[in-house]
Design a protein around this ligand. Structure first.
Ligand code: NAG
Ligand code: NAG
Ligand code: NAG
Ligand code: NAG
Length: 181
């Protein structure tokens, strides 16, 4: 019994050390790809990255939902570049209508908290009209997931009525702070 407890405590300590959130020295958007698969419903007017200063780039988005959507699911995938992008760490589906009624998923909350200051997309269903992201940039101090240095893609696939309607994919560079630890 005691041995089990000891093993448990040791594993817990190892786990805590390994997944200790790290500061990043660079956490920067490098590319954005948007595509509407259904322009009857969703039209993308703007999807652009603009360099603000060294290692800071801002994302501007303007898309219109022509009809109200009463269900919207977001497929979130985090991929890491290693001779092509490979699935990494996260692949999850968020029910957006439910999420904004009551944030229920820790991973998505971490991602959303980075984002909500920059958008009018911060409410529950229905979604209709202009969906704006205005100058979103990554803030290392707000990112609480442990991530090794690398190039990543956050692929966001937006589904309504079980069909993929549009993609907003963001590539970013993440460089761990290995000095101040
Ligand atoms: C977004 O990323 C996913 C996953 O890699 C890919 O299947 C999809 O084609 C990408 N969409 C665009 C618009 O590049
Ligand atoms: C495109 O969107 C319209 C309006 O919401 C919908 O009626 C139609 O079924 C959608 N088409 C596809 C292929 O999802
Ligand atoms: C978004 O694009 C639409 C269509 O071009 C335009 O009417 C609207 O003013 C734009 N909104 C913003 C905030 O730029
Ligand atoms: C959503 O954003 C608007 C303006 O950006 C803000 O006034 C409003 O309080 C926000 N709502 C929520 C639920 O965060």
């Amino acid at each position: 019994m005691e041995r089990i407890v000891v093993i448990f405590v040791i594993s817990a300590v190892i786990l805590c050390v390994c997944i200790e959130p790290k500061d990043a020295v660079i956490f920067k958007l490098t590319n954005i790809e948007c595509y509407s698969y259904n322009e009857t419903w969703f039209v993308i007017h703007k999807c652009r990255l603009k360099a603000l200063r060294r290692n800071v780039a801002a994302f501007y988005f303007n898309g219109t939902a022509i009809y109200p959507a009463y269900n919207l699911h977001l497929h979130v995938q985090l991929l890491k570049r290693a001779s092509g992008y490979k699935p990494f760490l996260i692949s999850t589906v968020i029910d957006m209508c439910r999420y904004f009624r009551n944030p229920y998923n820790a991973v998505s909350k971490t991602l959303m908290d980075l984002f909500l200051d920059f958008t009018n997309f911060n409410h529950t269903c229905p979604y209709v009209g202009d969906q704006i992201v205005d100058g979103f940039y990554l803030r290392p101090e707000m990112f609480k997931l442990p991530l090794p240095t690398g190039d990543y893609k956050l692929a966001l696939g937006w589904y309504s009525n079980q069909k993929l309607q549009f993609d907003t994919n963001a590539s970013f560079q993440f460089v761990e702070n290995l000095i101040d630890q």
